[in-house]
Design a protein around this ligand. Structure first.
Ligand code: SAM
Ligand code: SF4
Length: 435
């Protein structure tokens, strides 16, 4: 979601006459768009800001801004810790970027206003509606993010998202379809529909359309080849959505379904609204409907009160499901969330050790699963030149697995078949008929 917002901010900057550079030293404006899922992120942001402060000293004309979740959470702290910032923008105010830059330039142009000394622009007002039709500079050429909703109503006890991104607001179906159609006309072949919980698209009942209905319409867009979506909350994954996923040819055989823990006691403390049994039942139904489906997940270890036996339950669930990918995290208490008040905090040493054990298990599962693909032919969409070798390309299967293979850059953007010839835990190695 942050990446999607960053694409819009880049679009707004381009509209104001700026263009992107990879080199901070030649930038006129540097804007960091922040996330705040875990405390660790905060340290990274401040250390990056510290580096940029040095650059600003050398180049006082540089306009330095901060936006996103950290700003929304604690604007005063941000301004105190980084008084050299020229502006800050909250999660729903980033669309004011153009006005803010114009104001800064005007202020700087005034007489008696020494270079670099002007009031900072602070805009973190909540609940602003993001206008439709904002320009975007898409990071990728053939695959694009499209937001279907913003915010979250779930209040999982550890999570700060609902506090910084507000309540759920679904975009209109017309606007979403308009954006996807435009992308398809420009040659995009894949879209990823985004929301903190796409399964509750229009769940407020005001509109007679749910996420499954939206998928049906997106699937009808000609020249679009692949549809992905994230994130699906297990408590809201309906039988209808599973049915449509199986039925619609463009919907990829991959689902990110965060389980968070394999212990019902911990799930309840997390306020997740489902049990492990419910989750396992969903996995069964998904695999019955779409046998080749790949499942990935998010897991938090070391949540307050997590005993060794709870963690063992998580390992067991991970083994039983056999995930194709997992984002694993040590619990990070975030002030203002319900879980931050909970007793029975787990010492960092224990959480860290559990995380390592979990990652090790997941790696073993993945290695096993990837090995089983050797000799099979898969469909990939070629995304880019591989980072490891200029002679190799990187593509992605419908099940979201990375495949590296020998090929020329003219193949980028094409959808083709490759045969898997070797596997590793991070990527598969493929071969085309021509090489
Ligand atoms: N909306 C998505 C969902 O419900 O699954 C997830 C969005 S959240 C930004 C991404 C992941 O970060 C969560 O699934 C969770 O595993 C992790 N996360 C969120 N808050 C966390 C915290 N306080 N400590 C550790 N991990 C956290
Ligand atoms: Fe956070 Fe839970 Fe909402 Fe996901 S569903 S964004 S984890 S509160």
């Amino acid at each position: 979601m942050n990446e999607y917002d960053s694409e819009t901010m880049a679009g707004l900057l381009e509209n104001s006459g700026y263009h992107l550079t990879d080199n901070p030293a030649e930038a006129g404006v540097i804007l960091l768009n922040t996330c705040y899922v875990r405390e660790k992120v905060k340290h990274k942001i401040y250390s990056r800001l510290g580096e940029l402060k040095k650059l600003k000293k050398e180049k006082p004309q540089l306009i330095l801004g901060l936006s996103g979740c950290l700003v929304q959470k604690e604007p005063e702290v941000v301004l105190e810790r980084a008084p050299y910032l020229d502006f800050i923008l909250g999660t729903s105010n980033f669309c004011q970027l153009q006005e803010v830059l114009e104001d800064i330039s005007e202020n700087r142009g005034r007489e008696n206003q020494p270079e670099g000394k002007y009031s900072r622009i602070v805009s973190v007002e909540e609940g602003r509606v993001i206008p439709e039709g904002l320009p975007k500079v898409r990071k990728r050429e053939f695959s694009a993010f499209v937001s279907v909703m913003r915010g979250c109503n779930n209040f999982c006890s550890y999570c700060y998202v609902p506090y910084v991104r507000g309540r759920e607001v679904s975009r209109s179906c017309r606007d979403i379809l308009g954006e996807v159609e435009e992308l398809a006309q420009k040659g995009y072949k894949e879209v990823t529909l985004l929301g903190q919980n796409v399964n509750s698209y229009h769940k407020d009942g005001r509109k007679n359309m749910d996420f499954a209905d939206l998928l049906v319409l997106v699937n009808q867009i000609e020249s679009l080849r692949r549809i992905r979506f994230t994130t699906s909350h297990p408590k809201d994954l309906s039988a209808k959505l599973i049915e449509k996923m199986a039925e619609l040819d463009k919907v990829c055989e991959h689902l990110h379904l965060p389980v968070q823990s394999g212990s019902n006691k911990i799930l309840s403390k997390m306020n997740r609204g489902y049990t492990c049994e419910h989750y396992m039942d969903l996995v069964k139904k998904l695999r019955q409907a779409i046998p080749e489906i790949a499942l990935s997940t998010d897991i938090i270890v070391g949540f307050p009160g997590e005993r060794e036996e709870d963690f063992q339950d998580t390992l067991e669930l991970v083994e039983t499901v056999g995930f194709d990918g997992a984002f694993t995290f040590c619990y990070s208490p975030i002030r203002g969330t319900e879980a931050a008040q909970l007793r029975e905090r787990i010492p960092e040493g224990i959480s860290g050790q559990r995380l390592r054990r979990l990652i090790e298990l997941q790696q073993k599962i993945l290695t096993r699963k990837n090995e089983s693909l050797i000799g099979k032919e898969v469909e990939i969409m070629v995304e880019k030149i591989s980072k490891k070798s200029p002679d190799e390309l990187q593509g992605r299967t419908r099940t979201n697995k990375i495949v590296v293979f020998k090929g020329g850059k003219e193949l980028i953007g094409s959808i083709m078949a490759v045969k898997i010839v070797a596997s590793g835990s991070r990527a598969l190695k493929g071969k085309t008929n021509s090489c």
